[in-house]
Design a protein around this ligand. Structure first.
Ligand SMILES: *[C@@H]1O[C@H](CO)[C@@H](O)[C@H](O)[C@H]1NC(C)=O
Ligand SMILES: *[C@@H]1O[C@H](CO)[C@@H](O)[C@H](O)[C@H]1NC(C)=O
Ligand SMILES: *[C@@H]1O[C@H](CO)[C@@H](O)[C@H](O)[C@H]1NC(C)=O
Length: 476
């Protein structure tokens, strides 16, 4: 023990000595600066004598009388060589399906100039894969295998893909439409036309019937009612339940079958995505059949709900009270067309690279008499340009971040991107509400469900490691 303790003690003593030395040097420099100031002030503006003699402190920040939000705004500005107004994002072999996008962007069928992405193949141009099919039938569309095949940008229904393409949208699915009276005697309606689905959905169908659930089947499979020219939505409205049976059970693969049932106000009975609860407007708004073993219990639940008006109405309560915030946050993503989100994704990558190359030249924080100011950037999801957010050291907490974001976006009278798209009754008031703030570059699966700052310390660590951090905010 002893031989170890002695050198440790002497090392501690040395540490103290070095610390004292540093303090002494800092003091001497301060005296020197004050001296300079006194000498210069009669002749020179304070500004020139100080801003030219900025001294990085031990934390890498800048000490100087010029330290202010305005100063950081100016010093941290990146003069991007790529100006998207002059040179829009260029994507080859795609279709431009939006009218406006937060970043100038052009889709071109064939252009010989340098492009930023291509749906086809072009030497040296990042390849984009887009698919709304289930990866159960198109294994190549699964994220990892698409990457292995050389696709730089992957657009699939998976919320882990670079630019998710979901089936949901406020425009296509007016989910807040009020429910209609249930006039049909059969409990459920089904529209299933691919009878060979590998997830056994027809076996589940048959087992439900065996349990006494009456089903009007309009699709080609197990058809028992003329379905040719029926308006699907109008038909679904009349049934207490809709069989929303997907062709495969793949995470995030949730199609119109589910969303149409929600619009119709007919409780969806789901075979499909194991994470269906994340796509539901309320916890009790759907029934889920994981596998054949669950048919009996779900059938019993359907019988109970069908026979108890109070319980049934509770399952549709969200139609009147509004859906959960997590549902809003998910569906709001689709307010910006996936093609435009692709443009934003590519433009962000281009600017991030430029930011990385000038990182050493940006102070991103500075210290003045009352402490250190940190400079962050925050943009709303679906937009491109960020706003500057400044946080004093004492406010470098999650609460401080949320408050600063609300203050900033309220001050500039920011309107949430979903304001014009959500159904009238869930557009909220004029107050902004923060649902999530996360670093730019996370997938939507991370942003919405699996990632968090964890703690104030976690947030501080990100700001320390990524000066001038870029964040995205989701308002609800
Ligand atoms: C960016 O451009 C502005 C104005 O042209 C200039 O004052 C500033 O020094 C430039 N910043 C950098 C980091 O090059
Ligand atoms: C009907 O459902 C309501 C709400 O879930 C419950 O309180 C009530 O006991 C049920 N009635 C019957 C007869 O089961
Ligand atoms: C910290 O945040 C609060 C609330 O936004 C604000 O009133 C206060 O001025 C901030 N403090 C500093 C030192 O910036």
């Amino acid at each position: 023990m002893r031989p170890v303790a002695a050198p440790t003690a002497s090392r501690l003593w040395w540490g103290k000595f070095v610390q004292l030395g540093i303090i002494a040097i800092v003091l001497i420099e301060c005296v020197f600066i004050i001296h300079l100031h006194v000498l210069n002030s009669p002749f020179q503006s304070v500004n020139t004598s100080y801003s030219n003699s900025l001294i990085p402190d031990h934390g890498g920040s800048i000490i100087g009388s010029s330290c202010s939000e305005e100063w950081l705004e100016k010093m941290d500005r990146v003069n991007y060589t790529r100006d998207f107004v002059k040179q829009p994002v260029l994507i080859l072999f795609g279709t431009q399906e939006w009218s406006t996008c937060a970043v100038p962007c052009v889709f071109h069928t064939n252009d010989n100039g340098p492009a930023d992405g291509t749906f086809g193949v072009r030497d040296g141009v990042p390849r984009i894969m887009r698919s709304m099919e289930s990866s159960a039938y198109y294994p190549d569309h699964e994220l990892d295998s698409a990457r292995r095949k050389g696709f730089t940008v992957v657009m699939t229904t998976s919320l882990m893909s670079d630019v998710p393409v979901g089936y949901f949208s406020w425009i296509e699915y007016p989910v807040m439409d009020p429910p209609q009276p249930k006039t049909k005697t059969a409990l459920a309606a089904a529209f299933i036309s691919n009878c060979g689905a590998q997830n056994g959905r027809l076996r589940v169908f048959n087992l439900l019937q065996k349990e006494g659930i009456t089903i009007d089947s309009y699709g080609a499979c197990n058809q028992n009612i003329a379905g040719g020219r029926v308006n699907k939505l109008q038909a679904l409205q009349k049934y207490k339940f809709s069989l929303a049976f997907e062709n495969s059970n793949v995470e995030d693969y949730v199609t119109e079958k589910f969303f149409q049932a929600l619009v119709a106000g007919s409780i969806p009975v789901v075979v499909g995505a194991p994470n269906i609860e994340e796509f539901a407007p309320a916890p009790n708004s759907y029934l889920y059949i994981k596998d054949e073993n669950e048919v009996k219990s779900v059938a019993a639940k359907m019988m109970f709900l069908a026979g108890n008006a109070t319980a049934y109405d509770e399952a549709l309560r969200w139609k009147y009270d509004g859906p959960s915030l997590s549902f809003l946050a998910l569906v709001d993503m689709a307010v910006v067309h996936s093609s435009c989100r692709l443009c934003i994704h590519l433009a962000t990558r281009i600017h991030s690279k430029e930011e990385a190359s000038v990182a050493p030249q940006r102070p991103c924080q500075c210290s003045h008499r009352s402490g250190t100011i940190h400079h962050l950037y925050v943009r709303e999801r679906g937009r491109f340009k960020p706003e500057s957010i400044f946080l004093e050291e004492s406010n470098l907490t999650l609460k401080g971040l949320v408050e600063a974001v609300l203050q900033k976006f309220t001050a500039i009278q920011h309107e949430p991107i979903w304001k014009g798209d959500r159904p009238e009754m869930i557009r909220g008031d004029s107050n902004l509400r923060v649902y999530r703030i996360y670093p730019v570059g996370l997938t939507q699966r991370e942003a919405l469900y699996s990632w968090s700052f964890k703690s104030d310390e976690g947030f501080k660590e990100i700001v320390r490691q990524h000066p001038c951090s870029n964040f995205e905010v989701i308002f609800v």
